[in-house]
Ligand binder design. Structure first.
Ligand code: COA
Length: 160
């Protein structure tokens, strides 16, 4: 299978938006954000996201089949980044797409030595997948602000 991995430019924000909305429709229980909120995010807010986040897509035959973003958190050192908005088209899961996306991220961000991700504790598949990619729990967990009683757990990958 041919797979093309690319970092999107700010002018590509409609591509990121379209895939992000597909992800939220496909896997609503995997994310804190809801489709109804994201669909209302307009061009200027999307362009602002591109100033602090890198958006990576995986394409097969010109169709985007995977997405991830990486973000530098203001209060954290530059060698640390968070992985967010991770999604792979269900028709292409378990074929190494996320492994390829994460490999691409570490290649294009060689100075990042600590990768982190928050995962909902109910998302056992994602937890397993990240652990297969070499992430391990930091021991941090936090309840969601929505009062649902759900928890997020934090995982970390050491790229040194
Ligand atoms: C989580 C997700 C992105 C994984 O993407 P993927 O492309 O299928 O993952 P990969 O094929 O790269 O697999 C990476 C590793 O995880 C393993 N894996 C993948 N899916 C798995 C599953 N359902 N159960 C157990 N292990 C799994 C793979 O075998 C592989 O390990 P290996 O290389 O040692 O064999 C995808 O399932 C998805 O989009 N889920 C819905 C959205 C979601 O949960 N996003 C994460 C939010 S934090």
């Amino acid at each position: 299978m041919t797979l093309e991995l690319a970092t999107l430019d700010a002018d590509d924000w409609p591509i990121a938006r379209e895939v992000r909305l597909r992800a939220l429709k496909d896997s609503p229980s995997a994310y804190i954000s809801e489709y109804e909120d994201e669909v209302a995010v307009g061009e200027s807010a999307w362009r602002e996201r591109f100033t602090r986040m890198r958006w990576i897509v995986a394409r097969h035959q010109a169709r985007v089949i995977g997405l991830a973003s990486s973000v530098r958190v203001d209060s954290r050192p530059p060698y640390e980044r968070h992985v967010e908005s991770v999604w792979v088209d269900p028709r292409h899961r378990r074929t190494g797409i996320l492994r390829a996306i994460f490999g691409h991220l570490t290649e294009v961000e060689p100075d990042v030595t600590e990768w982190r991700v928050w995962v909902l504790d109910t998302n056992s598949v994602a937890r397993e997948v990240y652990e297969r990619l070499g992430f391990s729990p930091t021991g941090e967990r936090q309840p969601l602000a929505d009062g649902s009683g759900r928890l997020e757990i934090r995982l970390r990958f050491d790229a040194r």
